[in-house]
Design a protein around this ligand. Sequence first.
Ligand code: MLT
Length: 234
Amino acid sequence: MLIHGFPLDRSIWNELVPLLEDRFDLIVPDLRGFGRSGTVDAPYTLTDMGDDIAALLDDLEIDKAYLAGHSMGGYLALAFAKKHPEMVSGLALVSSQAAGDSPERKQGRYDLAGKVMEQGPAVVAEAMAPKMATGERLQQFARVLMSEQGVAGISGCLKAMAEREDLRTELADFDFPLVLIHGDADALIPIEQARDTLTRTDRARLVELPGVGHLPMLEAAEATAEALKQLETF
Ligand code: MLT
């Protein structure tokens, strides 16, 4: 399952699908509040969003899956793995981290959620686009995609991310392969976070992508696909 990040939708994986579909039966959902998925009018957590994933797998009668989460999708995948470890064959964190937010970052998310409620998704799109990718073309792609997402999903996830758990110490308990994929030019989540994750479990591998920003699935699709295939090989 390929789980998109914030505030994006399933379409970020479009280039990866043809590179992976020979190896995996792919499930590529829109998370609640993004793309074509509706949302709820009450606060929710990343664990709740993980439960959406568990419900989707149950509906599809799938007991166990490999999960690849991009950025916030990785936070969600980690929350899912903590609650439903028996459903995880392996985990990939793409441009993500296991740490929680600092108090300043947390406050920043609440402030941003307030601005989004007043002014709409363009506030987030403008703030994040320059940090999303290394080239202008992909920054513009991300800007447009972020502007198309709904206010409820954006503000709901800002709060869910602010309240997420720090799961760094849980990593040592995970009994499945963990592939970390990270660009060394990521301006949103520094590669040091992935290097730190690597030290916390002996079941992890890190694939560092030189010159790549926060969107490896678009900036380096083939290298990202090859790295994801490693999930099956250890
Ligand atoms: C994401 O790309 O999903 C978010 O930028 C992650 C975050 O804000 O921590």
